[in-house]
Design a protein around this ligand. Structure first.
Ligand SMILES: [Fe+2]
Ligand SMILES: [Fe+2]
Length: 190
């Protein structure tokens, strides 16, 4: 289903494994931002008739946020400061101006964030099985939802302009492959 051109870098998992509490705090912020992003997409004229669908995604993301917060609480991990992700910043920096172009690029960036989350949650669901079965099950439970968000955002972009979306996908697939190879020592999901 996912068409990324570069695998998750080999140094990502050791970094995550060694810093699980910090990664969980980062994950909480990721879900919070996913909820606000779904609402932000509602500003585009081309998405006015998708507002209820976007509200549905925002509600799901807010529920994910709450689930991560519950997990933090159970584990005695304090909620802390968010760190900006160079990968997400790099993708978002390439969003063009102009209502329609901006909506398509923004949707593709959102789809990529959802898609990479889906891929990484799937990885964590396997990799954590022996080390932390509760967390493994938690991540397994999120895979389908993030995969659906990935597909929904891409379909929303294609519904605005399929050819433009396909062209921009080419650009963003290359950009993602370039950005994901750049080292990021911070303990975060993306
Ligand atoms: Fe989510
Ligand atoms: Fe999501």
């Amino acid at each position: 289903m996912l068409l990324f051109r570069e695998k998750i870098p080999a140094d990502w998992w050791p970094k995550v494994k060694a810093n699980l509490p910090a990664v969980l705090v980062d994950h909480a912020h990721l879900e919070r931002k996913a909820a606000t992003t779904a609402l932000n997409l509602e500003k585009y004229r081309d998405l006015y008739d998708r507002v209820e669908e976007l509200n549905g995604i925002a509600i799901e993301e807010l529920q994910h946020f709450q689930l991560v917060l519950n997990l933090l609480k159970r584990r005695g991990i304090p909620f802390g400061q968010p760190h900006p992700s160079p990968w997400i910043t790099g993708l978002m920096r390439s969003v063009r101006n102009g209502n329609r172009h901006q909506a398509i690029d923004h949707l593709i960036c959102c789809a990529f964030i959802e898609g990479r989350s889906c891929e990484k949650f799937q990885f964590l669901a396997e990799a954590l099985k022996q080390i932390d079965p509760e967390l493994a099950a938690f991540y397994a439970g999120l895979v389908e939802s993030e995969g659906n968000h990935y597909a929904t955002y891409l379909l929303m972009a294609k519904a605005i302009d399929e050819r433009e979306t396909d062209e921009r996908m080419e650009f963003y697939l290359d950009l993602d492959a370039k950005l994901i190879r750049e080292p990021n020592p911070l303990p975060m999901l993306h």
